[in-house]
Every structure is written in structure tokens, then in C-alpha cells.
Ligand binder design. Structure first.
Ligand code: CXF
Ligand code: ZN
Length: 368
């Protein structure tokens, strides 16, 4: 039993996160105790804090963790004390989708990652009054000094010398954008791509599209600083969308037909519609934004010309394959993700939320 600091989401609280001292139990036979040193803040954590995801509160969120294995349960193989790890989502490992390399579509994805408890219903955290606090969020709950992790959530990172605050966002945001470009849309060399939203997911899609050899990468966002960053990371054209004319500008930039591929990462229903409207015939749009109650409106006629609308979860491929793929490109200077990261002490997590909401920060990473 250890004591540690954690950011807890509680119902009806004014701030999304409350800093508390919690206790954490020893790992069960099938768990890995990880000492987290960094965790990225993702929009999904804010949806959890707001009670819009199927996650019970109070809970320790955080699903882009990086750190070091402290101890392993007796039944755990493949990890040992001292291993550096990145934490992503959990999966069962035995269903058809897991076995075919698409573990994000495991039928247990939502209970395992958003249920925030062990499969027997228990949790390993207690607050100062001895009351249980939900954990195992994405098999990690990394907005805390330690987490009782599911082995399926962990990816070894011993081979890299990148600091943990750079590794952490590989657990979700970075591979969500990059994997959609490579594995879902399969962006081809010479093709045209529009990215709606220059947050961490959108900018990762930009870097992935550049690495895939896209000829035009058009990025739209209302924040000029984010558009500057997009240009730095590989966008060939940037469009300020404050005038609401993103689709018209994309058509002008492509000489009329629209783009071969679009990536929507804003989570706004009207932007999702624009991502479809900006497609050339036979084009494909990937909807990645998290908007639990959104409906997508599109012209049905647009689909007659072979356009497709699709979407993916956390990169459409096993993180244990995708994370090293990004790290390999990073090592060759072709995926400079540091440029979008800003670090905050875990104590300042609510300030990080304000900065992400205002657009002042792109990817906030908490350092513990
Ligand atoms: C989530 C988005 C909602 C579906 C599950 C995966 N991605 C992580 O932030
Ligand atoms: Zn996420």
C-alpha cells in the first residue's frame, strides 16, 4: 500500500480535476504497477470529467501515460521492474479483432477502457476518507504517481532515449492521428489531404501525411498560432476558418474538385460535415473527433460519387506496432512531435485544461 498524489474527477466539482492524496494497493497477479512520470491530457479525459463518457466518478483519468515498471504480479510475463513503458488502451487479446491486429475494436473496448474498475468490479485506490476511487481507466489511470495497469495497455520503450513527457502522447493522440492516415485512409504519395483541426490528433495526421508523401496537406483551424505550427510540421497550405468558408477555400486550393482524403479531429458536427463536403469524387473522410452525442449530416448525393465516410479508434492498429513506427520516423527527424508539447506540473492540471481550451497549448503533458 503506497500513498501518492492524483488528479481525481469528482461529480459536480467546479474544476475538472481535484488534486488529492490517495492510497494504491499492491498489484494483483495479472497487474503491473507503473510509476508514472508523465501523462498527456487528451480531450477524452475532459469528456470523462464532464460525465459525458460511460465512466463512473470519482475516477482517476489519464490515458497517455509514460513511466517505469515498479512491480509485476505473479502471472505477468513480458514486463519486469525497471522497464520503461508507454501506456495506451487495454484489449482482451483473444477475440477475432484482437487476433487480427485491430485490438481497438475489441468488443470489450468500452468496459475495459471506460469502466474504470477491474473485471471483478473492485478498484485499487482509496481516498483520504478510505472511500474507493475508480481506476484502471484505459488500463492505467495515469494522472497519478502510480497506476495498477493491465499488461495489454503497456508498450515497452526501453529502446528510445526520448524523455517521458515526449513519449506519453504516443499512447493516444499521436497514434490516433498518424494511424488514421496510414492504416485507415492509406494516404498515397502524391495525394491531397485536408486536416480539420490543428490539435494534437490533427497535427499528428499532418506529420503522418507528410511522411506518406502527400503532395498537398491543407490544414484548417481558427487559431493562427496552431496554423503556424501546422506549416512547420508539414502543411503545404493553411486556412483560417474564422470566416466559415473552409470548404470553398479547399476547393480553390485544389483547383476545384476537393481533396482525396480528409481528417476531422475537431469533434464539431458542422466541421464533420465540412470534412465530407471537401472531398473529391472517390475521396475518403476519417472522422476522429470525440463527440458522444453528435449526428453527422451529409449530402446523400455526395456518396453516389464514391465518397466514403469512415472513422477509427486510436490508430486502427495495435499500439505495440504503431508506437515503434512513429518512434522510427522521429529518430530520422520526420515526426518532430516535441513541437506541439507543453509541459505542466500535475498540480497545475486545471491550468493545462484552460490552456488547451483557449488554444494556448496544443498537447499539454503533465509531469508527475
Ligand atoms: C477514444 C475516443 C472515444 C472512443 C474510444 C477511444 N479515444 C481516445 O481518446
Ligand atoms: Zn485520448
Amino acid at each position: 500500500m503506497n500513498s501518492m498524489k492524483a488528479a481525481v474527477c469528482r461529480p459536480d466539482s467546479e474544476d475538472p480535476f481535484a488534486l488529492e492524496e490517495l492510497t494504491i494497493g499492491d498489484p494483483r497477479p495479472d497487474e503491473v504497477l507503473v510509476r508514472f512520470t508523465a501523462a498527456g491530457l487528451c480531450h477524452t479525459d475532459l469528456e470523462v470529467a464532464a460525465g459525458r463518457m460511460p465512466t463512473p466518478l470519482p475516477v482517476v483519468a489519464g490515458h497517455e501515460g509514460a513511466g517505469v515498471v515498479e512491480a509485476v504480479g505473479a502471472a505477468v510475463t513480458g514486463f519486469g521492474p525497471g522497464d520503461r513503458v508507454v501506456a495506451s488502451f487495454s484489449y482482451c487479446g483473444t477475440c477475432r479483432n484482437c487476433l487480427s491486429g485491430r485490438p481497438a475494436y475489441c468488443p470489450f473496448h468500452f468496459p475495459l477502457n471506460f469502466g474504470a474498475r477491474r473485471t471483478d468490479g473492485s478498484v485499487g485506490l482509496r481516498d483520504a476518507s478510505g472511500e474507493p476511487v475508480h481506476d484502471h481507466f484505459f488500463g492505467q489511470s495515469s494522472f497519478a504517481g502510480y497506476g495498477l495497469c493491465r499488461p495489454s495497455s503497456l508498450i515497452k520503450a526501453d529502446e528510445t532515449d526520448l524523455p517521458d513527457h515526449v513519449l506519453a502522447p504516443l499512447g493516444c493522440g499521436v497514434i490516433t492521428g498518424a494511424g488514421a492516415v496510414w492504416n485507415l485512409l492509406k494516404v498515397q504519395p502524391g495525394s491531397t489531404v485536408a486536416v480539420f483541426g490543428a490539435g494534437a490528433v490533427g497535427l499528428s495526421a499532418v506529420m503522418a501525411a507528410a511522411a506518406a508523401g502527400a503532395a498537398r496537406i491543407i490544414v484548417t483551424d481558427p487559431h493562427s498560432a496552431r496554423l503556424d505550427l501546422a506549416a512547420h510540421l508539414g502543411a503545404t497550405d493553411v486556412v483560417d476558418v474564422t470566416d466559415g468558408l473552409a470548404v470553398e477555400r479547399i476547393r480553390e486550393l485544389t483547383g476545384g474538385p476537393g481533396v482525396d482524403f480528409s481528417v476531422e479531429s475537431s469533434g464539431k458536427p458542422e466541421v464533420m460535415s465540412q470534412a465530407v463536403a471537401a472531398l473529391a469524387p472517390l475521396g475518403s473522410a476519417a472522422i476522429l473527433g470525440v463527440a458522444p452525442d453528435a449526428d453527422l449530416r451529409t449530402s446523400a448525393f455526395a456518396l453516389l460519387e464514391g465518397r466514403t465516410v469512415t472513422g477509427s479508434i486510436v490508430g486502427h492498429q495495435a499500439p505495440a506496432v504503431l508506437v515503434p513506427r512513429v518512434l522510427g520516423l522521429h529518430g530520422r527527424g520526420r515526426f518532430p512531435l516535441e513541437a506541439m508539447i507543453r509541459t505542466y506540473a500535475l498540480d497545475d492540471i486545471n491550468k493545462a485544461v484552460d490552456d488547451v481550451r483557449s488554444g494556448a497549448a496544443v498537447k499539454a503533458v503533465l509531469v508527475h
